[in-house]
Design a protein around this ligand. Structure first.
Ligand SMILES: Nc1ncnc2c1ncn2[C@@H]1O[C@H](COP(=O)(O)OP(=O)(O)OP(=O)(O)O)[C@@H](O)[C@H]1O
Length: 249
C-alpha cells in the first residue's frame, strides 16, 4: 500500500504517522521494519529519533523524504513550497569540486550566494572554501555537509547520524556548531542518532523507539534552553533518561 505524503501550511509541524512498513527480503520473506511510529516535529523545533540498531530509524527518514513510498500511514510535511535538506552519515561531497563549489552547486535558483560568507564563517570553514574534499579531515567534511544543507535555507532538515564515527572531541565541537548554525537559521529538524548525549544536547523532543519492528517507546520533552544545558544538567538528565529508558545510554 502506498502511504500519503503531503504538505501542510508553512510553519506547521512535520506530522509522521507510519502504521506499517515492511520490506521483502532477498529470500522472499517479509521483514517488518516499522509497526507503529507516530510523532510530530513542531515548526522550528529540533526532534531526535533514537533507538536500537536496525529498528527502522533510517527507514522513517526515507519515508519522510519521499524515497520510500510503499508504507501504511501518512506524512504531512511542514511547508508546501519548502526545500528539504538532508545530512547523511557520510558527507557525500563531490570529490572533484571544492568545498565552496559543493555548496554553491546545491543552491536552487532564487537563492543568492551573498550570505555564504557568514555561513562559512559560523562553521569555521572560511579558510577551507577552495580545498577539495580529499584534503579535509572527516570533521571538516561534515562541516561542509552542514554548510551545504543550511545554504539552501531548508524548511525541513533531516539528519541521519551526522556525527557518527568521529572522535568525541570532534563530535562535541560539531554539535556546538550545529546548535549555533541552527539557532541562526532556525528550521524544523529531525535527526536520527544512537547517541543519547547528542540527543540531550540538541533536541527539544526525543522520540524513543523500540527494537524492530519500531514502535514508540516514549516521547521526552526538553524545555530547558540549550544555553542552560551545562555538563551538570546534562549528566542529571542522562541519568533520569537512563532510568526511564534502560539500555539506551
Ligand atoms: N531496502 C531494504 N530491503 C530489505 N530490508 C531493508 C531495506 N532497508 C532496510 N531494511 C531492513 O529494515 C530494518 C530497519 O532498517 P533501518 O536502516 O531503517 O534501521 P536503522 O534503525 O536506521 O538502523 P541503524 O541504526 O543500524 O542505522 C532492518 O532490519 C533492515 O535490514
Amino acid at each position: 500500500m502506498t502511504g500519503g505524503l503531503s504538505n501542510a501550511a508553512p510553519g506547521a509541524p512535520l506530522r509522521v504517522s507510519i502504521t506499517r512498513k515492511a520490506f521483502r527480503g532477498a529470500d522472499g520473506k517479509l521483514v517488518e521494519a516499522i509497526a507503529h511510529v507516530a510523532f510530530e516535529v513542531p515548526g522550528g523545533s529540533f526532534v531526535t529519533l533514537i533507538g536500537p540498531s536496525g529498528c527502522g530509524k533510517t527507514t522513517t527518514l526515507r519515508i519522510v523524504l519521499g524515497l520510500e513510498t510503499e508504507f501504511e500511514g501518512s506524512v504531512v510535511r511542514p511547508d508546501p513550497d519548502g526545500r528539504i535538506a538532508v545530512v547523511f552519515q557520510e558527507p557525500r561531497l563531490l570529490p572533484w569540486r571544492t568545498v565552496e563549489e559543493n555548496v554553491r552547486l546545491a543552491l536552487p535558483e532564487g537563492i543568492g550566494t551573498e550570505d555564504l560568507d557568514e555561513l562559512f564563517d559560523v562553521l569555521g570553514l572560511s579558510e577551507m572554501r577552495s580545498r577539495f574534499p580529499t584534503e579535509l579531515s572527516l570533521g571538516l567534511a561534515r562541516r561542509a555537509a552542514l554548510a551545504r544543507a543550511f545554504a539552501i535555507r531548508p524548511s525541513l532538515l533531516l539528519l541521519d547520524e551526522p556525527f557518527v564515527s568521529l572522535d568525541e572531541m570532534t563530535a562535541a565541537r560539531l554539535r556546538r556548531l550545529l546548535t549555533t548554525v541552527w539557532s541562526a537559521r532556525r528550521t524544523t529538524a529531525l535527526m536520527v542518532t544512537h547517541n543519547l548525549r547528542e540527543a540531550v544536547q540538541l533536541s527539544d523532543r526525543i522520540v524513543f523507539l523500540t527494537e524492530r519492528p519500531a514502535k514508540i517507546r516514549g516521547i521526552h520533552e526538553i524545555k530547558v534552553a540549550r544555553e542552560a544545558r551545562d555538563a551538570e544538567w546534562r549528566e542529571t538528565e542522562l541519568r533520569r533518561l537512563d532510568r526511564e529508558f534502560p539500555g539506551v545510554l
